[in-house]
Design a protein around this ligand. Structure first.
Ligand code: GMT
Length: 368
């Protein structure tokens, strides 16, 4: 198949899923055309069957807001025609599915160009419910030829919020278990906690600092904060205030997280809302045990007490107690780390999930 993929290329889990999906599909013989405003993160140049088409948004003094959505639609139609694309697959509803719909209409006199929208989370739970975007998000879902959601919970939420009539296919996030894998040897001199996110308020990064402050009162630990975003300075300040600064390292944005995860022991994901929790899955594939919040689609990934722990949002004491339990009971830790890896391998490996996308593409393409 010849597939055009559009996503937010430099930021967030949806871009990572879209990029890794493109890479996996190319490995399986499909031709993948990324149509984005920047080269997607995690996409090294020169990979066979992967092409990148940049969307250029020219500015004009009249435009207070350059119309990216239109530039994207033009580019999608152009690439679809020149490269004879079978399908467009857009990640994150707004504005990508509206651009895809316009491209589809531009192509209509020549041939059918179906498009699939994958819902990732905040496109529904934050942006979609915002008053200014609600009607267009609903419309974009209704107009898509296919809709996938990354968890049952997000699917339920989408139906509840928008009351759309479409069938929504759940296709969970996935992980390449050959790239994300436990280290042959993990440094055991220091107990390592990790957090990875875009440091937005929904991630509750300051909770990580509060958890750490409780943990170090009981047992030695070091917290590695990976990523960047608006709440990073707040977390930094709190670390100083709570006098745990020397136990925290802010690592900033990292390109090769598959090299970092295997050196960690526990992943903190104290999110307010999480439609799935890709970071937790990547960690679990590396044998890192997640201590997360019981929200959204996270229980579809983490089985409490088996391959990770789930506690209420904002319950710092409960989350810290789980970390302490793991850091002071090595048998329990080893058992749960092995179970975490097993979950990634047996339920979320690319070999299990990518065929679900391929199957869905065929279904959507075959509709006449
Ligand atoms: O929250 C993020 O990290 C970014 C966000 C996005 O849309 O880019 O992530 C969402 O998509 C990920 C990949 O499908 C999911 O694993 C995350 O759970 C989801 N984030 C939220 O729902 C907050």
């Amino acid at each position: 198949m010849r597939i055009g993929i559009t996503c937010y290329p430099t930021y967030g889990g949806s871009g990572i899923v879209a990029t890794e999906l493109g890479l996996e599909l190319a490995t399986r013989g499909h031709e993948i055309h990324f149509i984005t405003y920047a080269n997607p993160i995690r996409l090294d140049p020169g990979i066979p069957r992967i092409f990148y088409h940049e969307v250029e948004v020219s500015n004009y003094p009249l435009f207070q807001y350059p119309p990216y959505c239109l530039a994207l639609a033009s580019r999608m139609a152009e690439v679809a025609e020149n490269e004879n694309l079978d399908l467009l697959h857009v990640h994150y509803a707004i504005p990508h599915s509206i651009s895809a719909m316009l491209a589809q209409q531009m192509m209509a006199p020549k041939r059918r160009l179906p498009f699939i929208t994958t819902l990732h989370g905040t496109d529904i739970t934050l942006v979609g419910v915002d008053r200014s975007y609600f009607p267009i998000t609903k419309f974009s879902i209704e107009k898509s030829d296919g809709i996938t959601s990354i968890s049952q919970d997000l699917r339920r939420n989408t139906y509840e919020t928008f009351g759309v009539p479409n069938e929504i296919r759940v296709i969970h996030n996935f992980v390449n278990i050959d790239i994300y894998k436990p280290a042959a040897e993990r440094a055991n001199s220091e107990k390592r906690l990790m957090h990875i996110s875009n440091f937005r308020p929904v991630k509750r990064v300051v909770d990580c600092i509060r958890i750490l402050a409780q943990v170090v009162k009981q047992t030695p630990a070091h917290l590695y904060m990976v990523g960047d975003g608006p709440d990073r300075p707040v977390a930094h300040r709190l670390a100083k205030e709570l006098e745990v600064e020397r136990h925290v390292t802010f690592m900033g944005k990292q390109d090769h997280v598959e090299r970092i995860f295997p050196q960690m022991h526990v992943l903190l994901m104290p999110s307010e809302m999480e439609s799935f929790g890709l970071g937790a899955l990547e960690g679990m594939a590396c044998g890192v045990v997640p201590v997360a919040t019981r929200v959204g689609g996270v229980p579809e990934l983490v089985t409490h007490g088996v391959d990770g722990f789930l506690e209420p949002v904002g319950d710092i004491t409960a989350q810290a107690a789980r970390v302490i339990e793991l850091f002071t009971n090595d048998d329990l830790y080893q058992k749960m780390a092995a179970a975490a890896r097993r979950t990634a391998v047996e339920r979320f490996a690319t070999s299990l999930i990518i065929p679900q996308y391929e199957e869905y593409y065929r279904e959507v393409m075959s509709v006449v």
